[in-house]
Write a protein that binds this ligand. Structure first.
Ligand code: ADP
Ligand code: MG
Length: 346
């Protein structure tokens, strides 16, 4: 596309996803008194007086974020909601409302769209959110789903990416790397099918990681757990792009150094065997895999006693003054983390 005001043509790849966002929004300044938090966190915050409203949008594009040859439509509907709600929980909020924008080509039937909505409705039921609007249009190239979610965050409880302090502990919920390995299995079986359509896909025994990829859950339960334990994270983010990339986000936003122990990263045992089979490094998968939708947060060291026995939470490292994000390897070497988790080739 030629822009007459600017004959220069910069490829998007030169900036990367986050560089591009920074570049595009650099001239956008908040004017309204009630804009409490704008671009740069998991959700924006609007000051409603007694509380904040959190608001977030995600766009899922066929062929980029999902492949309909192995993604059942009902799961797609479900996942599209979950990935948005995850951003509301990352602000320590309660998700409340969603709108759904959908662009669809004429290769989809009404029944196919009904399946997507079955998944959307199921997620709304499970997470107690209401669908309050959206938009429907045609598409010339595949299916696109854009969801906006809003939530309510108590004042004083919002967890921004920028709040981590010296000596805080770095904590992650659940386990990570599963969604990525689930995708590897699905891609492998797709290849086999393309070469030999008579072969049945071998998915047995991989239920856990397939579910992590096809039907992830957002960690509403962790937000509630932390509330019940009276633990207030100093910063929080959800793991969509990969642990490494999210740690770097927290470190940059909080202007502190983040150090993570390789041997403390929670990984499901099945992933070790699978990584051997695929000739992949388990730590690399855990750091760069993405799409696990777990919560990554920091807590004051005093809260360690409240969380240490909980099987859903793993302390993986610590925060200190300084900058940068490092992995402390099993051999006790310090390696700087790289943000390899750039989403989908951008
Ligand atoms: P997340 O992975 O939590 O959804 P992203 O990495 O997609 O967050 O986005 C980072 C930040 O940039 C968020 O605050 C998001 O709202 C904002 N953002 C992303 N794309 C745009 C855009 N095109 N215009 C304005 N803000 C954007
Ligand atoms: Mg997020």
């Amino acid at each position: 596309m030629f822009d007459s005001n600017n004959p220069q043509r910069t490829p998007i790849s030169e900036l990367g996803e986050f560089g591009l966002i920074d570049h595009l929004v650099k001239n956008s300044k908040s004017k309204l008194m009630n804009t409490a938090l704008a671009i740069g966190d998991d959700a924006g915050l609007i000051d409603q007086g007694a509380y904040f409203t959190a608001i977030t949008t995600d766009l899922l594009v066929e062929g980029v974020h999902f492949d309909l040859s192995y993604m059942p439509l009902k799961h797609l509907g479900y996942k599209s909601i979950v990935v948005n709600l995850s951003d509301i929980y990352a602000m320590n909020g309660t998700a409340e409302h969603i709108t759904v924008g959908i662009a669809v080509s004429n290769r989809f039937s009404v029944e196919a769209l009904e399946e997507i909505y079955e998944g959307i409705n199921l997620a709304c039921e499970r997470y107690n959110v209401d669908l309050i609007g959206g938009d429907t249009t045609s598409s010339t190239s595949g299916l696109m789903i854009s969801i906006t979610a809003t939530g309510r965050v108590e004042k004083g409880k919002a967890t921004m990416r920028s709040g981590a302090k010296d000596n805080d502990l770095i904590v992650v919920s659940g386990d990570i790397g599963g969604a990525y390995m689930g995708l590897q299995i699905l891609e492998r079986e797709k290849e086999v099918f393309i070469e030999n359509p008579d072969m049945q896909p071998e998915l047995g025994g991989h239920e856990y990681i397939l579910e992590r990829q096809l039907k992830p859950e957002a960690r509403k339960d962790i937000v509630e757990l932390l509330h019940n334990l009276k633990v207030h994270p100093t910063s929080m983010i959800d793991i969509s792009d990969g642990l490494s990339s999210e740690i770097i986000h927290l470190s940059k936003a909080s202007k502190h150094q983040f150090n993570v122990y390789e041997n403390k990263i929670p990984i499901d045992p099945s992933i070790y065997t699978l990584c051997e089979e695929f000739n992949m490094n388990t730590t690399t998968v855990a750091l760069n895999g993405g799409e696990d939708y777990e919560l990554l947060f920091t807590v004051p060291i005093e809260d360690h006693v409240k969380i240490k026995a909980n099987p859903n939470l793993s302390v993986i490292g610590y925060v200190k003054e300084g900058s940068g994000a490092n992995l402390i390897t099993r051999e006790d070497n310090l390696i700087e983390l790289q943000a390899k988790g750039f989403k989908h080739n951008l």
